[in-house]
Design a protein. Structure first.
Length: 184
């Protein structure tokens, strides 16, 4: 009987260590995400799995121009460490939490201090038109808009500009809402 109990204890400890290690890796190092929708075509496709490196996010480092990032679209609220914990796939699975569509996969267009302008279907950063070979098609000419990117914020857009909910509608994204940088 003692041998069986020791075996159960050994497995229990291994499961707990594996669970804690998985949480640590998912919160601080790398986490899988699924692209939901067509806003990043042709670069990424609907339902495509991507892996986001979270080290920069954990160390409060800014992404670079052109990086593909996963963001928390709820820009009107502060994020905390508990958000990272509750949004971990294992915690969601164990708690039975439904999958919310709060994470967007987008491309970094502007960094703090930049001025982003959309004029006649073109994107300008600090007065210079961007060369964007990755976009799906020319953006429909709509209303001209200008954003000044505040400190600790970034400006993101989808590659499929005519089918993307991004900083044009939600505004600049706080850097603590950057969940990770795509590793593809």
């Amino acid at each position: 009987m003692k041998k069986v109990w020791k075996e159960i204890q050994g497995w229990g400890i291994a499961v707990v260590i594996g669970f804690v290690l998985s949480l640590f890796i998912g919160i601080f190092i790398i986490q899988p995400y699924k692209v939901d929708g067509h806003s990043m075509e042709p670069t990424l496709n609907d339902n495509q799995r991507i892996y986001a490196w979270k080290v920069r996010h954990a160390l409060d480092k800014l992404p670079e121009y052109g990086d593909i990032v996963i963001i928390d679209s709820r820009v009107d609220r502060d994020r905390s460490f508990m958000d990272d914990f509750k949004e971990h796939p294992l915690i969601k699975l164990l708690s039975g939490t439904k999958e919310e569509e709060i994470f967007y996969v987008k491309r970094v267009i502007g960094l703090p201090g930049d001025t982003i302008e959309i004029k006649d279907g073109e994107v300008y950063r600090n007065g210079e038109a961007l060369h964007e070979p990755y976009i799906k098609e020319r953006m429909d000419s709509g209303t001209n808009q200008v954003w000044e990117i505040p400190a600790d914020h970034i400006f993101v857009m989808g590659d499929n500009r005519n089918n993307s909910n991004d900083s044009r509608s939600i505004g600049p994204v706080p850097t603590d809402h950057v969940m990770g940088i795509d590793s593809f």
